[in-house]
Design a protein around this ligand. Structure first.
Ligand code: IMP
Length: 428
């Protein structure tokens, strides 16, 4: 019998707590696959009171008997990868087997430089608030068909040829547009050759690995980074990342075919956050936003930036449910809401006096959207020790049921604290 496949992805603007959901579900899986994004992600996992933040490594890496795959859709920064592996090595951790797709694109030093220069050159209102990890420029090269792939790092002749072209193109851009210093070819080439020596044993045919695992009955988790509303096609363009965090991205970014995906789990916080620029209808710039940020520790895992915070937005979650085919919701950080007397939840938008239940396809319309809230009573008690749905206070159960009813989707996991064990499994 072939294995089961689950896609775990963000149903908001990223930072939903996917890492901890994946870490919990990885226990039942043989293989964990990252399919898009790069070191812009920051997936936090807490195991035995120790906190780990993974930017590139799949969140299943702490299970030695598993296989972790970095798929072709990922843009891989070797420096971050090696740092993460070294940190875990220093802690004496036994790790999963790691396979890196030959086709993953490499984030080169010039991608990070151009990312920062491009962001700095954008005027107010046009800034995207990127993480500066070179993500956009690396994906641009991929689609321009000049990118350097992981397999090129172990093929010095191809690397030299491709890098020669890239350094020439980038130097034009750097010196003529950004008034910056030209790149030094030898420095970059030597560095890339060193990366190749270390990465060589990890390279492989990730599609074949995934296919074999499925045929031999192993379950597979596909780990999305960022979130639906940051998707380059379906998100709040241009305030998005440059990849496809949606479930379709799992197919293109790993080679799994759509009809082999058994379940899509959308992760949503019990409230909502966003980092970087772009519209965010339920954002609260007052004491409520501050309280959510402080109680929820809402500071970027990758950049340390304070996250923008507000109540949950079911218009956006419903959109994510439809775009991705989400058939189970993982609701994280429910414990953060324990301090509130009442909890608001956005169920519609007011746009120019019209009540809209559909997430607008235009970013300009979204920027005009005012949230229409419904209010539920809070529970005002510690829920962090609850391990069964029935242990939750009635008001917390009602909040969960409200989300289920309004999204027509079951909540299958509830996070009540940061640790692996602080989880209520309800149908997963
Ligand atoms: P980039 O992915 O670095 O190009 O950034 C583009 C936008 O996506 C910015 O608004 C970032 O703040 C946002 N972003 C990128 N990665 C993440 C993430 O992992 N969580 C939340 N937001 C992210």
């Amino acid at each position: 019998m072939r294995g089961r496949t689950d896609v775990i992805l963000g149903a908001q603007w990223g930072d939903e707590g996917k890492g901890r959901v994946i870490d919990v579900l990885a226990a039942k899986s043989g293989v964990v696959v990252r399919y898009q994004g790069g070191a812009n992600a920051g997936h936090t996992v807490v195991v035995e009171n120790e906190k780990y933040v993974f930017h590139l490594l799949p969140s299943g890496i702490l299970y030695p008997e598993k296989t972790c795959v970095i798929g072709n859709g990922v843009v891989l920064d070797p420096e971050t990868l090696f740092n993460e592996l070294d940190e875990l090595g220093k802690k004496g951790k036994k790790l999963a087997k790691l396979i890196i797709s030959n086709g993953a694109h490499i984030v080169m030093p010039y991608h990070k430089l151009i990312d920062k220069l491009a962001e700095a050159s954008r005027s107010e209102g046009q800034k995207i608030g990127t993480t500066g990890r070179g993500i956009g420029p690396c994906y641009s090269d991929k689609f321009e068909r000049v990118g350097i792939r992981a397999e090129d790092l172990v093929n010095p002749d191809t690397l030299r040829e491709k890098l020669t072209l890239n350094v020439k193109l980038k130097n034009e851009l750097l010196t003529k547009i950004y008034n910056s210093e030209p790149l030094n070819f030898d420095e970059i080439y030597d560095k890339a050759i060193e990366w190749g020596k270390r990465i060589k044993s990890m390279l492989g045919n990730s599609f074949a690995e995934i296919d074999d695992a499925l045929q031999s009955g192993r379950n597979i988790l596909f780990e999305g980074a960022q979130g639906t509303l940051l998707d380059v096609d379906h998100g709040t363009y241009p305030f998005v990342t440059s990849s496809s965090p949606c479930s379709g991205g799992a197919c293109t970014g790993s080679g799994i075919s759509p009809n082999r995906i058994d379940r899509v789990i959308g992760v949503t916080k019990a409230y909502c956050t966003r980092v970087g620029e772009g519209p965010f209808p339920t954002e609260d710039n007052g004491p409520l936003g501050d309280m959510l940020r402080n109680k929820g520790g809402e500071f970027g895992a990758t950049t340390g930036r304070p996250r923008r915070c507000g109540w949950n937005d079911l218009v956006a979650v419903n959109y994510a449910v439809k775009i991705n085919g989400i058939n189970g919701i993982a609701l994280t950080k429910l414990d953060v809401l324990s301090c509130f007397d009442k909890i608001d939840i956005c169920t519609a938008y007011d746009i120019d006096g019209r009540t809209e239940h559909l997430f607008p396809s235009s970013c300009a319309d979204l920027a005009k959207a005012r949230p229409v809230f419904e209010t539920l009573p809070g529970w005002k008690q510690d829920i962090s020790k609850c391990r069964n749905f029935e242990d939750l206070p009635k008001e917390a159960q009602d909040y969960v049921h409200f989300i289920e009813e309004r999204t027509q989707t079951p909540v299958v996991l509830i996070g009540v604290g940061p640790g692996r064990e602080d989880t209520i499994l309800c149908g997963i």
